[in-house]
Write a protein that binds this ligand. Sequence first.
Ligand SMILES: [Zn+2]
Length: 192
Amino acid sequence: MIRVLHHMADAPKALEQVRNCLQPNGVFILEYANKLNLKAIARYWLGKQAWNPFTLEPVEFVKLNFDFHPKAIRQWLAELGFAVRRTLTLSHFRVRALKRTLPTGILVFFDSLLQWTGAFIQMAPSVFVKAQLTKQGIVPQVERENVLSYFKCPNCGHHPLEDRESHLECSRCKKRWGVAEGIYDFRELLAS
Ligand SMILES: [Zn+2]
C-alpha cells in the first residue's frame, strides 16, 4: 500500500505514478482536500473568495497545497484504470483525531469502518478514496517507474527528493520527511 499526503503538484501525473508501481488488484488510499466544501461554497456565494468551488480545476490555496474537485479526482482515477471501492468524507477535526490514533494499519481500519459516508456526495473538507487497480489499469512491469520521482519538496519545490529508506530528503533545502511502512508523510518535518 502507498499513501500519499497532499503536495501533488501535478496530480494526474502523481496518480499515474502510483498506478504504475501497483501490482494487479493493488489498492491505495488517496486522501485529498476537497475544494467543493461547504465553507468554500459559502465564501464564494458571499463574494469573499475569488475561486469557484464548482469547477473541476484544482486550486492552490497555499503554495504547493491543492484542493481538488471530487469529480476531477474520480475522472483521473477512472482514466487510469482504477475502480473506486469506497469514499469517505471527514471534517478537518475528525481527520486530525484519526491521524493521531492511526499511525499504521490504516487500510485494515478503513475496511472495518462502518460509517462510510459520502459515497454519492462529497462536501466535507477532506475526502478519502479507496481505489483498486482494475485489469484496464495494469502496466507492464518494465514500464513501471519510481513514484518518488514526481514528489516535490513541500518546502522549496525542488524535485526529485532523495530516498533514504527511512525518510525522504530534499537535496536543496535539506528538509526531511518520514517514511514508515510505505506511508510517505509530508505533513510534518523530521527534526534534522
Ligand atoms: Zn526543499
